[in-house]
Design a protein around this ligand. Structure first.
Ligand SMILES: C[S@@+](CC[C@H](N)C(=O)[O-])C[C@H]1O[C@@H](n2cnc3c(N)ncnc32)[C@H](O)[C@@H]1O
Length: 239
């Protein structure tokens, strides 16, 4: 709780606090290449939570549909998407610093210029840095599934969280999720089906086929070979 006596006091002073986090920060060491990528590319591609609300046209030097990805891991599919959809701007958020380094390195190598990243908790970034109604798409791919029942409360997809997301999406914007853990897919479907202001894009009212824009990862290809499932869900903000 640091310098505050209560969460309410912290909230009143404008500081965001959260009791349950969706991640445990792994103490992975940066490789030389990741450290070098951060040193070289953070000044152009890095965004800081402490800078507060983003001035998006200033950051990207243009106004284009904005896509935000939470928990991009090593950033491989995010970089590929940014490259494939050059007419859109992308913001990635990840707490695992080696992943941030890998993403910057890959983006620089591929000459991707429409991507910026935060090395921070996405919940705080949404609360403090992203303007309401500003996003065309939000993506959450293979979030930590928190297998054990007693850990389910750590899953990032929760009713309160998806309403926060909704406030950041523009009307007509979509929230795209994917998971390879069936129980989490069912949880996502349940939370989203009950969430006010969203409409399921699935014609069968459950899952959708993987949209072309989401690259098929090696991990996923391997999963397919082993007969594992992957579930994509896409919900549009209608109000
Ligand atoms: C299972 S990994 C999946 C990574 C990537 N999306 C993929 O498909 O390979 C989930 C990632 O989400 C990140 N993460 C979890 N909660 C987060 C949060 N609140 N803010 C930012 N990143 C988060 C974790 O650090 C982890 O790298």
């Amino acid at each position: 709780m640091s310098q505050f006596k209560s969460e309410q006091e912290a909230a009143e002073s404008g500081v965001y606090m959260r009791k349950i986090q969706s991640f445990v920060k792994r103490e992975g060491r940066l490789t030389g290449g990741q450290a070098k990528a951060i040193e070289q590319h953070w000044p152009t591609m890095g965004l800081e939570h402490k800078d507060g609300l983003l001035d998006i046209p200033q950051v990207f030097g243009r106004v284009a549909p904005l896509v935000l990805e939470i928990g991009f891991g090593m950033g491989k599919s995010l970089v590929e998407m940014a490259k494939n959809e050059a007419g859109k701007d992308f913001i990635g958020i990840e707490v695992h610093t080696p992943g941030v380094g890998a993403c910057l390195s890959d983006a620089a190598e591929q000459g991707v210029t429409n991507l910026r990243v935060y090395d921070h908790d996405a919940v705080a970034i949404l609360a403090d840095c992203i303007a309401d109604n500003s996003l065309a798409r939000m993506q959450l791919f293979f979030p930590d599934p928190w297998h054990k029942k007693r850990h389910h409360k750590r899953r990032i997809v929760q009713p309160e969280f998806v309403q926060k997301l909704r406030s950041k999406l523009a009307v007509g914007g979509v929230f795209h999720m994917a998971t390879d853990w069936e129980n989490y897919a069912e949880h996502m479907l349940e939370v989203m089906s009950q969430a006010a202001g969203f409409k399921n894009q699935s014609t069968t009212n459950d899952y959708i086929p993987r949209p072309e824009q989401r690259p098929l990862t090696k991990f996923e290809q391997r999963g397919h070979r082993l007969g594992h499932g992957v579930w994509d869900l896409m919900f549009e903000k209608v109000s």
